[in-house]
Every structure is written in structure tokens, then in C-alpha cells.
Design a protein around this ligand. Structure first.
Ligand SMILES: *[C@@H]1O[C@H](CO)[C@@H](O)[C@H](O)[C@H]1NC(C)=O
Ligand SMILES: *[C@@H]1O[C@H](CO)[C@@H](O)[C@H](O)[C@H]1NC(C)=O
Ligand SMILES: *[C@@H]1O[C@H](CO)[C@@H](O)[C@H](O)[C@H]1NC(C)=O
Ligand SMILES: *[C@@H]1O[C@H](CO)[C@@H](O)[C@H](O)[C@H]1NC(C)=O
Ligand SMILES: *[C@@H]1O[C@H](CO)[C@@H](O)[C@H](O)[C@H]1NC(C)=O
Length: 394
């Protein structure tokens, strides 16, 4: 009982109507969570409430400073401490997002009219615990290699009921220890844990990166496994390894032995020759081991006539044929005219046509044959199709 209270209260009769009760007296809270300190109180009906206060630490029970204070003039707006009592009998206090500095003994004090005042001594003791995630492995600092036995531990002094998260997704595990026997690369991830009822009491993230030797090593080729001579070919060696592959070696199988071809992830064959054809593979390694890749067969072919070229040649042939047909027709016309005019001697030497075409042969392989110009030689089997000047033939 508070000393100065006795002064105002009539002894005996009313004494029992003044009290503050806390239930429970001890609270363990996970850091980051919100806790409620349950509290009830009572005062004589003849009085009315004037002020409520919460303090932390025995030295502050009566005089403060108070962590929470509310009367007609002061309305506490702290986001950390919420007075959730409100009604007559309830004086509970809520502590949001609790931190280590919030630990201590909390007590409630209130004032009434008629100079009534009461402090509930022996307040509730609040302790705050971290949620700590840690790993236990055979040897400290050893990398976590596939196949090892590893334990993840979630430690909280308030409770052993925890929940686990892997990459922010909840895990079904409920115990405070997860045991990985024969850990695999699939167990790699970001782990965290929290106490069961307070997911806000989250631990730090613990990253497990399971290391392993190269796996699934393969060779891919660009642009294709079959190319024509002169192409630029890129062979790529890919592998799954942790830590990443640090040594690449390229080989070409040559009879019963292997030729070393390169030591980068990519093997570049520029201006490929047919001799580049063959079987290729790579060997990769990291600190845990090495692996041979699958074998890739590359085929470099001689250049063959492509579709486009075939079409081009066909088109040129067709156009030539049409042109020659027109030329023949024109020539025919001129020859006919000249015969009619019967004036061959008026044709200047320079304009004499110089080529004969022997159309007795198949059109496909006819030749242009130069002859000494002679009007008398003109026959129906010989036509002039060239109007080129004949200086050199004279
Ligand atoms: C639990 O309490 C012990 C002793 O007070 C302390 O050393 C330890 O750090 C606490 N653990 C956590 C997770 O808060
Ligand atoms: C483990 O690693 C930490 C930090 O890298 C280092 O301080 C400590 O000495 C190492 N312990 C052992 C046993 O190697
Ligand atoms: C290797 O490939 C297999 C089949 O494609 C796959 O199931 C496995 O997960 C791969 N391993 C790694 C480490 O990527
Ligand atoms: C092949 O690569 C060389 C060198 O990078 C380049 O000069 C050439 O143009 C490339 N040839 C083809 C067909 O891409
Ligand atoms: C991997 O390739 C090397 C040649 O570099 C060969 O000697 C070895 O036998 C191969 N290993 C396997 C498992 O095929």
C-alpha cells in the first residue's frame, strides 16, 4: 500500500475497494512482437477517475517519468504504448513492436477525485528475447557440401514453438531444429524463423548455399551442328556447379586421342573448314570436382548450290532466251529488207554486222561466230545479230 494513500482513505471500510491486479506477473516477449500486459483495477464508487499512468522500473512507480499518461488535458499518442483498458475495470497496456530497451517491470498508477491515488506495486516483469537462427555443422566455417549433415536452429528464450520460412514461404516444420541429413542442392535457400504466434518476431535470414561439383555438363552449338564451309561456329559449354565452374577445357576427339582446342566457356571456330568436322566435348571443374560434357558432332559441308542460286540461273537463262529470240526476229527483218532493196554496196563498212549465228544447232549451245563480212555469203542459215562496228575485222 502506498503511504500517502492511507492519509486520505478512511481506515478499514473502503480499503478493500482499491486495488490493481496484473495477470500474469511475468511476460517473455519475442523482439519485434506486440505484447499486452493484462491489468485490472478498482476504486470506490464515490470517486471518479482523473488520471491513469504506466511506468517502467521501480524507481518511477510513483513519480514517473511515466511511459504513458492520460487525463483530461493529456491524451497520449505514443505508437509504442497503447492504453487498451478504456473501460472501468481494465487497465491493460499494449506494447507494440517490442525491443530490448522495453524490458523491465511495468506498473499502473491512477488518480481519482477526492485526492484518491493508487499504484499497483509488484508490476509485471517483461523480458524480451531475440529470435536467432544459427547453423550447426560438423566443422565450423566449413562450406556446406552436398551430402553433409547440417542442422538449422531457431532459438528464442520465450518459446520453443517456432515457424520456419524458406525463401519467404512457410515450411511445415514446427520444431526449433531442422535436421538435414545428406543435404542436397535443393535445400539451398534463404531461411528464417519466427515464434509461433508472433510472425513479426522474425529472425535474420540465414542463407544456405549447398556446394557441389559440376553436373549436367553439355555442349550446344550455334548456328547449327551442320554448317557449310566458311561459317562461323560457336560451341558453348554449360554446366551446373556451385561454386561456378572455373576451368573449362575443350577437346576434339581425333582417332584414339583428344586434341586440346581451348579453355574458355565458348569455343569459336571462325571460317570453318571441312576439317573442323568431328566430335567435340568439354571438361569442366570447380573446387569440388570435374565432369566431362556430352559429345557434340559438328559437320562442315562443302558449299552446295542453294535454292536462290538455282532460281537466279534459271531466270538469267530464260531472259537470255527471250532476248535472243527478239534479236533473231529483228535481224530477220533487216536481212529481208536488205535483200529487197538489193543495195548492199551502200552499207558503210563500219555498219556491217559482224556475227553469224548458225541456228542449225540446238539453241541451247549456239555460238557467235565472227566471219569476214560478205553480202554474197548471206544465206537463210546465217543471220546478223550484232550491230557492233566492224573496224577490227577489216
Ligand atoms: C537467452 O538467454 C540467455 C541468457 O540470458 C542469453 O545469453 C541468450 O542470448 C538468450 N537467447 C536469445 C535467443 O535471446
Ligand atoms: C570462421 O570464420 C570467421 C569469419 O570468417 C573467422 O573470424 C573465424 O576465425 C573462423 N573460424 C575458424 C575456426 O576458422
Ligand atoms: C540435371 O538434369 C536433370 C535432368 O534434366 C535435372 O533433373 C537435374 O535437376 C539437373 N541437375 C541440376 C543440378 O541442375
Ligand atoms: C566470322 O568472324 C569473323 C571474325 O569475327 C568476321 O570477320 C566474319 O565476318 C565472320 N563471318 C561470318 C560469315 O559471319
Ligand atoms: C573425361 O575425359 C577425359 C579426356 O579428357 C578422359 O580421359 C576421361 O576418361 C573422361 N572421363 C569420363 C568419366 O568419361
Amino acid at each position: 500500500m502506498e503511504m500517502n494513500l492511507a492519509f486520505f482513505i478512511l481506515p478499514g471500510v473502503l480499503c478493500t475497494t482499491w486495488h490493481v491486479k496484473y495477470q500474469p506477473n511475468k511476460i517473455c516477449a519475442s523482439k519485434g512482437s506486440s505484447v499486452i500486459i493484462p491489468c485490472t483495477y478498482e476504486y470506490p464508487n464515490s470517486n471518479s477517475l482523473v488520471e491513469v499512468m504506466w511506468s517502467r522500473g521501480r524507481a518511477h512507480f510513483y513519480d514517473g517519468p511515466f511511459i504513458y499518461k492520460e487525463n483530461k488535458a493529456i491524451s497520449n499518442t505514443s505508437s509504442k504504448f497503447e492504453y487498451i483498458g478504456k473501460n472501468d475495470k481494465n487497465c491493460s497496456l499494449k506494447i507494440n513492436h517490442i525491443e530490448h530497451t522495453d524490458s523491465g517491470e511495468y506498473a499502473f498508477r491512477f488518480l481519482t477525485t477526492n485526492n484518491g491515488m493508487w499504484t499497483g506495486r509488484d508490476g509485471t516483469k517483461v523480458t524480451v528475447s531475440d529470435t536467432i537462427i544459427s547453423i550447426m555443422r560438423p566443422e565450423e566455417n566449413e562450406t556446406i557440401k552436398e551430402g553433409k549433415n547440417v542442422s538449422l536452429i531457431c532459438e528464442n528464450n520465450c518459446t520453443s514453438e517456432v515457424i520456419w520460412f524458406k525463401n519467404n514461404e512457410p515450411l511445415p516444420e514446427r520444431a526449433s531444429v531442422i535436421f538435414f541429413s545428406d543435404i542436397s542442392s535443393h535445400d539451398s535457400g534463404n531461411y528464417s524463423c519466427a515464434t509461433k504466434h508472433h510472425s513479426s518476431s522474425l529472425s535474420d535470414v540465414f542463407r544456405i548455399s549447398v556446394e557441389y561439383e559440376p553436373k549436367n555438363t553439355s555442349v550446344s552449338v550455334r548456328p547449327a551442328p551442320e554448317v557449310i564451309r566458311g561459317s562461323n561456329v560457336t560451341l558453348t559449354c554449360s554446366s551446373n556447379a556451385n561454386p561456378a565452374v572455373d576451368i573449362f577445357l575443350w577437346y576434339k576427339i581425333d582417332g584414339d586421342h583428344c586434341l586440346k582446342m581451348g579453355s574458355q566457356a565458348k569455343l569459336q571456330l571462325n571460317n570453318a573448314e571441312t576439317a573442323h568436322s568431328g566430335h567435340y566435348f568439354c571438361v569442366v571443374s570447380n573446387k569440388h570436382g570435374r565432369q566431362n560434357s556430352t559429345v557434340l558432332t559438328l559437320k562442315v559441308k562443302e558449299k552446295a548450290m542453294g535454292m536462290a542460286e538455282t532460281w537466279l540461273i534459271a531466270t538469267i537463262s530464260a531472259l537470255s532466251t527471250i532476248f535472243i529470240f527478239i534479236a533473231l526476229t529483228v535481224a530477220w527483218y533487216f536481212v529481208g529488207n536488205r535483200k529487197k532493196n538489193a543495195a548492199p554496196k551502200t552499207v558503210p563498212a563500219e555498219n556491217v554486222m559482224t556475227a553469224d549465228v548458225h541456228i542449225t544447232r540446238p539453241i541451247s549451245d549456239f555460238n557467235l561466230i565472227y566471219e569476214e563480212p560478205s553480202e554474197e555469203d548471206v544465206t537463210y542459215t546465217t543471220v546478223y545479230i550484232n550491230t557492233k562496228h566492224n573496224r577490227n575485222m577489216k
